[in-house]
Every structure is written in structure tokens, then in C-alpha cells.
Design a protein around this ligand. Structure first.
Ligand SMILES: CC(C)(COP(=O)(O)OP(=O)(O)OC[C@H]1O[C@@H](n2cnc3c(N)ncnc32)[C@H](O)[C@@H]1OP(=O)(O)O)[C@@H](O)C(=O)NCCC(=O)NCCS
Length: 149
């Protein structure tokens, strides 16, 4: 894994974010959807860049604050950087950020067919709130407790 940093997404990252979104997400958000996400006050939108090329985006993550919980609304790593630990690095740093702010629980929805993402989340400590086969829709809810009881 190359040395990387997490930084706040900026308007001039939007082209690269949209390109990654459309190349790796099973159901990609539109450019406008991504733009509105990172223009929203309650959203934290970070990108991952190599320290050797700070304007390059190799992945991103966004979260929404919902009352006293945090909802992970999107995460992606560019295809050629996948399975090298960048996704886990991004997620762990983001979860630490929320833990340091006293947030107790993080939730997310993931498409039941997205086995790659489900495996990734489970590997990083998320659990199913309800078993997927008990749910009717396309998505299932996963959660993580940042403080153990
Ligand atoms: C999910 C995602 C962010 C993971 O990023 P990553 O950098 O590849 O993840 P890491 O390298 O940190 O972790 C790898 C683990 O994720 C899971 N994983 C990643 N790619 C996988 C694949 N193609 N098939 C199965 N599991 C996969 C595995 O558990 C893997 O561990 P392993 O290599 O020991 O089997 C990335 O695969 C991605 O961008 N997917 C497309 C976007 C997406 O589906 N986002 C989630 C929307 S809810």
C-alpha cells in the first residue's frame, strides 16, 4: 500500500469521484447526487489521495449525522487499488474520527447482492441488524458499535 492521506473532498475532486463511482458501484450515484452529498452540511465527505499526488483521488467515503448516530452513505475504492487494504484504511480512520466524537453506533445499507461489500464490512466489524434472508427488499442494514458494552 502506498502512503496515503485522507482529506476533505473539494469541488475539483468531483470528476474523479464520479468516474470512480461509475466504474465500481453496482448502482452508481449521479454526478449531481454526489455533488449534493458533499454540499450538505450534515455530511462528511472525504477522499483518499496518495501523498505523492494530492490531487489524485483513489477512493472516498461519506457519512451523514442522523441525531446521535452516523450513517455511512457511500464508500468506494478505484478498481486498480482494490483489495490492497485502502478501503479498510479509509473506514478505520473514519470510524476512529466518529469514536473520538462520542458516536456510539454507525449504520449502513448494502445491497444483498453486493457480496464484495458485505464481506468487506463484516471483516471490518459490522454485523447484520436483521438476517438478509428475513428482509423483503433489495438492501440489508448493517451496524457497528464503536464502544463495547
Ligand atoms: C467495498 C470496497 C470499498 C472495499 O475496498 P478495498 O480497498 O478493496 O478493501 P480492503 O482491501 O481494505 O479489504 C479487502 C476485503 O474486502 C472484501 N472484498 C474486497 N473486494 C472483494 C471481492 N472482489 N470479492 C470478495 N470480497 C472482496 C474481502 O473481505 C477482502 O478481504 P480479503 O482480500 O482478505 O478476502 C471496494 O471493494 C469497492 O469500492 N467496491 C465497490 C463499491 C461498493 O460496493 N461500495 C459499497 C456500497 S454499500
Amino acid at each position: 500500500m502506498a502512503t496515503v492521506i485522507l482529506r476533505k473532498a473539494q469541488a475539483n475532486d468531483l470528476e474523479q469521484i464520479t468516474a470512480i463511482e461509475h466504474s465500481v458501484q453496482p448502482v452508481p450515484w449521479s454526478r449531481n447526487g454526489l455533488f449534493s452529498e458533499f454540499s450538505t452540511n450534515s455530511v462528511i465527505f472525504w477522499v483518499l489521495s496518495p501523498t505523492s499526488s494530492l490531487s489524485k483521488v483513489i477512493g472516498y467515503i461519506c457519512f451523514r449525522m442522523i441525531v446521535d448516530e452516523v450513517y455511512l452513505s457511500n464508500i468506494a475504492i478505484a478498481d486498480k487499488y482494490q483489495r490492497l487494504g485502502y478501503g479498510s484504511f479509509l473506514l478505520k480512520n473514519a470510524l476512529n474520527f466518529w469514536k473520538n466524537r462520542g458516536i456510539e453506533r454507525v449504520t449502513l445499507d448494502v445491497c444483498k447482492q453486493n457480496h464484495q461489500a458485505i464481506s468487506f464490512y463484516a471483516r471490518n466489524g459490522f454485523f447484520f441488524v436483521c438476517p438478509p434472508d428475513k428482509l423483503k427488499g433489495k438492501f440489508c442494514l448493517m451496524a457497528m458499535k464503536l464502544f463495547q458494552e
